[in-house]
Design a protein around this ligand. Sequence first.
Ligand code: CTP
Ligand code: CA
Length: 225
Amino acid sequence: ETAFKKTQLLVGVNILVTAGPTYEAIDPVRFIGNHSSGKMGFAIAEELAALGARVTLVTGPTALGTQHPNIKRVDVTSAAEMFDACTNAFSTAKACVMSAAVADYSPVNPSPSKIKKQDAGLQIELRKTTDILKTLGERKQPGQYLVGFALETDQEEENAIGKLQKKNLDFIVLNSLKDEGAGFAGDTNRITIIDRNLHKTTYELKSKKQVAADICAKLVELILG
Ligand code: CTP
Ligand code: CA
């Protein structure tokens, strides 16, 4: 924890932050998920709270905890639950930072009882989840800001710019999985931020806490104009 109080630039500003993976049930004991630790989203929520914002942190399953009194934590499990929590919170938010790793597919008919193993293989029918960020981008009003993430392995900038435009974002944080020290589980990240004008800023490899501070500084610039 920092010993110094940060300048309270975001007092009274509501911000929605999402974190962690989502779990899509296959049956009562199994799910489809991903390796997101939630660290990036929690670090962003803590940083915004330290700047005085009122943060709603919608998080998928994670072992992480929060202390800050400015953070209201909303625990969800599936992409569908995260969608409901986010569309609710966004209506009264100044901004949303969507750092959750939302599942793209979900089992169509989760079994109400544990699936028993059989000699044959198993096929599970999946359907696409709703794109939460894209929906928020469609609902975004003037004066609201939207930040997304892109985790890419190939044609990184091209893909990130595609997401920025398709989802009506104000900026996108590109996380390269190619880079050593970047990604899900570790404590460091190397990011590039691309804004609406396709202006690009690249940052050094840093701790997720410091990366969170860089992302929040960019958001503060937008909010305070
Ligand atoms: N996202 C979302 N809802 C989804 C899927 C993604 O809100 N159902 C958000 C993520 O939180 C992230 C951004 O969209 O901020 C980009 O996610 P990413 O997985 O990189 O991109 P996708 O659009 O899902 O495309 P793909 O996985 O094919 O690269
Ligand atoms: Ca995806």
